[in-house]
Design a protein around this ligand. Structure first.
Ligand code: FES
Ligand code: FES
Length: 195
């Protein structure tokens, strides 16, 4: 972690020097300095995660995904591509599905987050979407499954379950490398029917 920070700063310094080699030496150095200052800054953020309140003083650049996994220990939310392409990191932010890897934690201040760990009842009864995934065998390795389930909950709430084609379209942001797509669609269809 420390070495990563140092290497990013070294790159930024190098970028500033490179920009300075042309005609705008001062503005190049200024840009590098202000970006470096931002990397060094800390912020205070308060969130509710699965009904529990947390406060963090954190690096400004940390993503919601990294904070959930590394600081709170909620590793059910998965890191796949880390660039918004696979949906493995899907969580609900104030009830809406988002990619945790593309969301700065600082932007979540005062908001409510739901991860896969927060879906079952306190007594251990599974959420209807979790149960539907089991009923339809809608996973193989399971890596994409938490993201699929959170996305499915939002998909149903959004009302995008009129047909299998519609479900597949509105679940298309969640990639399954095991190709369990027919079973996933069947699970979403069942959960949508159950309400
Ligand atoms: Fe966030 Fe792939 S890990 S979309
Ligand atoms: Fe393996 Fe979806 S179950 S990636």
């Amino acid at each position: 972690m420390v070495s990563l920070e140092l290497s990013r700063r070294a790159v930024l310094r190098g970028t500033g020097a490179f920009l300075g080699a042309g005609s705008s030496l001062t503005s190049g150095e200024g840009r590098a300095a202000s970006t470096e200052k931002w990397l060094d800054s800390y912020m205070d953020t308060r969130v509710t995660v699965n009904g529990e309140e947390y406060r963090f003083r954190h690096e400004a650049r940390i993503t919601l995904l990294d904070l959930l996994r590394e600081e709170i220990g909620l590793t059910g939310t998965k890191k796949g591509c880390n660039e918004g392409a696979c949906g493995a990191c899907t969580v609900l932010l104030d009830g809406q599905r988002i990619n945790g890897c593309l969301t700065l934690f600082a932007s979540c201040n005062g908001r409510s987050i739901t991860t896969v760990e927060g879906l079952a009842s306190p007594e251990g009864k599974l959420h209807s979407v979790q149960q539907a995934f089991i009923d339809h065998d809608a996973f193989q390795c399971g890596y994409c499954t938490p993201g699929q389930i959170l996305s499915a909950i939002a998909c149903i709430k959004e009302g995008h379950t009129g047909s299998d084609v519609e479900i597949a379209e509105w679940m298309s942001g969640n990639i399954c490398r095991c190709a369990a797509y027919p079973q996933i669609v069947a699970a979403v269809r069942q959960a949508a029917k159950e309400g």
